[in-house]
Write a protein that binds this ligand. Sequence first.
Ligand SMILES: [Zn+2]
Length: 276
Amino acid sequence: MFIDTHAHIHQHAPEETGDIVDRAIAASVGAILTAGTTVEDSQKAIDMAVQFENVFAGVGVHPTDLERSITATDLSKLSHLAASPQVVVMSEIGIDHQEKSPNKEWQAESFHAQINIARKHKLPIVFHIREYQDDYDARSARDDAISILKETNAGELGGTAHYFQGKWAFAKELLDLGFNISFAKTLTHKIDLVETAINTPEDRILLETDAYPQTFKKNRAKWTEPKDISFVAEKLAALRGTTVEAIQKTTTSNALDMLGKRASIVETVLKSTSRS
Ligand SMILES: [Zn+2]
């Protein structure tokens, strides 16, 4: 079965979540990592993981959700949440330098501090790096993120650059630090990603959907859900000259490797789901 290593399905209306999980399972997605984006939202991710055995949680404060510097109280709450048995990754954390993104100092402090929480709980990090389109100043999201990942030795924790959208040189830098590269549906249309999709070593590729309530799409049937992971797998298989089955096997095994000591709870669920 597939593992969707990054989504936000706990943000959907409660009456929808059961169907989303059922559709995922019917499409051979046996485990979904749903990531919190604020302290309160991280609690909701955990609550969903308590409710559904195929769902596991990430906790973290997303860089675009910062309304001030992250506080000691936020960090102690996150650390408390990170100790929950349903939590398998620190996510979503990262750096985002789009035009209207929050203050860069807040973002850098928050990313740094949350990597320290991940270290305390031995959690891999699933992180976001997004650049301003025109790269209007020298201080790029990429530079900030790489310097924080190096300063904190975050490669030791393992993890992945989620929804990777950069070019191969950037992917190579992240791979050299010890991270995986996670592909989403952007792979099906973003030509810049082809080189990375072909060159990333087999044991470092992951799949995700980043599914969340896409209210900007009027047609509900067009919202991305974990069930859509097969589109990403098909494209990756075509680019790498292999089969969807091989991509499924490899990416699931890579995701379990990333989860370290928490892999066993996910593996147990994958086995019981594929038997039923
Ligand atoms: Zn996300």
